[in-house]
Design a protein around this ligand. Structure first.
Ligand SMILES: [Zn+2]
Length: 504
């Protein structure tokens, strides 16, 4: 059985979960669910990054130990995943003892392989990024390009990772694998950073104690980024008690990340894996930022798109749909509460919700809920031809917004079909009973197909709908092989409460 392994970045516990975290987790979840529909063995990982100076500083400012702060905030991230409808198979914490032991093992191997040496590092350091900044990326006034706070000149005795040794191997990797990083603009960005010349980077921190201890020198802990990156590998070794999943799932199929951590994932990470003699991930997909500047205020949500407020009121599916529908996945885009409410009303409630309720209601009213057997209407068949293959191809390339658009065109096509055929007219004329059978049967089947295809995006509402479509007994098949018109066998349906009520 083919395997598919998808990850989110592990989220840093010095701040509370926000919309950006929700976005990445939702996108990774769509990939995971889609690949389960292909019949693949899927492993979906998310978790928290808990070491490093920012966590230690934030804890001490509150007068508590770093572990206490990490425990408290990790719980908030752990609780976020199910609220989003995320189907992650494991939640890793970098303070897990098994992870820490694996970090020590792999980085010791990197040292044994000759890619670690001792030296003095001096540079401009951002305590919020926990990262030194290269001269060419520092903002005016010696400020962090991300946090805009003043950088600190730091000098310390360190162990270094010989990143420079991977200049050529990385250039070769990028030449051989044009899809290693997507979208293309991010691939180019990473490649030009490599070509600008790679310098060695600190692997350890001397003064810090909040981190994974360096086994060969107890005055050092590992630099938080190397500790964090290794989560993708370490998790497989202990996620399932008594079993090591590394062989089945490594290398990762997709790392989904945001663009601010591109360099660590697209350059440091493959270099580190090569240094350890491990296989490289297949792909890294970099999504853009959700921008909330200058938005108009909506009627009910106020003016900040707070994921928790949206979920509370409209459900997780509505948030999942909106984020992947409104902002082309891979690009930056504006989000607003006003745009959210528009999409909700016009697309979820009207296009999809109405299609579902009126199709089911007509089947119940005109045919007692029994779906008339027969071939799908030739008037509709061409519009569904090749749809599931196209969706598979797009989601296979993490084109989540384009795939959703393909499906949505068919939602709209089915609505037009209802208007064209006017089943309520056919129902008035007994001599047209055969036509009404054909129309109702085709509608049920079309609705089933789009419901199966929408499941990764709208898991909760599509499962409710599939229950109603499968009222004859037995859960309906979610697999992609059944997502073609005429492939299903719906017997009986039942009515359904509005999937996306207009007044919430
Ligand atoms: Zn910074």
């Amino acid at each position: 059985m083919p395997s598919f392994y998808v990850t989110t970045p592990i989220y840093y516990v010095n701040a509370a979960p926000h919309l950006g975290h929700a976005y990445t987790t939702i996108a990774a979840d769509v990939l995971a669910r889609h690949h389960r529909q292909r019949g693949e063995a899927v492993f979906f990982l998310t978790g928290t990054d808990e070491h490093g100076e920012p966590v230690a500083d934030a804890a001490h400012a509150q007068g508590i130990e770093p572990q206490e702060l990490a425990n408290r905030n990790a719980e908030r991230f752990r609780a976020l995943a199910p609220r989003l409808g995320a189907s992650n198979d494991f939640f890793i914490r970098t303070t897990d003892p098994q992870h820490m032991a694996k970090v020590q093992e792999i980085l010791s191997r990197v040292r044994e392989n000759g890619f670690v040496y001792e030296g003095t590092y001096e540079g401009w350091y951002c305590p919020r990024c926990a990262d030194f900044k290269a001269e060419n990326e520092i903002e005016e006034g010696k400020r962090c390009p991300i946090h805009h706070i003043e950088l600190v000149r730091e000098q310390e005795e360190n162990y270094f990772f010989k990143l420079s040794a991977f200049q050529e191997p990385l250039e070769r990797l990028y030449a051989e694998r044009a899809d290693f990083v997507a979208p293309r603009s991010r691939y180019n960005e990473a490649l030009s950073f490599i070509r600008s010349g790679l310098r060695d980077v600190p692997l350890t921190r001397h003064k810090l104690t909040w981190g994974v201890p360096v086994p060969w020198d107890d005055e050092h802990v590992f630099y938080v980024w190397f500790d964090a990156l290794l989560n993708y590998y370490s998790a497989l070794s202990y996620a399932k008690p008594g079993e090591d999943l590394t062989e089945e799932f490594w290398p990762a199929s997709y790392h989904v990340i945001a663009k601010d951590i591109l360099r660590f994932h697209a350059i440091y990470w493959p270099a580190l894996l090569m240094a350890a003699g491990l296989d490289l991930p297949e792909r890294i997909f970099v999504h853009g930022y959700l921008l909330m500047d200058g938005e108009k205020m909506s009627k009910s949500l106020g003016n900040v798109l707070d994921p928790f407020a949206v979920i509370e009121r409209f459900g997780a599916d509505a948030l999942r749909f909106y984020l992947l529908r409104d902002v082309p996945f891979g690009q930056d885009g504006s989000v607003s509460t006003e745009a959210f409410e528009q999409r909700y009303a016009s697309e979820l409630a009207n296009d999809f919700g109405n299609l579902a309720s009126r199709t089911l209601a007509m089947l119940v009213r005109y045919r007692d809920g029994v779906v008339p057997p027969g071939e799908p209407d030739p008037a509709l068949v061409p519009d569904f031809d090749g749809l599931s293959t196209r969706v598979e191809e797009l989601i296979g390339n993490a084109e989540l917004t384009l795939a959703l658009e393909e499906i949505w065109q068919r939602v709209r096509r089915l609505n037009r079909y209802v208007e064209e055929q006017a089943p309520w007219q056919l129902a008035k004329d007994d001599s047209r009973a055969g036509d009404l059978d054909r129309v109702l049967g085709t509608l049920a089947e079309g609705l089933r197909v789009i419901t199966v295809l929408l499941w990764p995006y709208l898991p909760e509402s599509t499962e409710r709908l599939l229950d109603a479509l499968g009222a004859g007994g037995g859960a309906l098949d979610l697999s992609l092989t059944g997502a073609t018109l005429g492939a299903g066998r719906i017997g009986r349906v039942s009515k359904i409460e509005s999937l996306f009520p207009k007044s919430v």
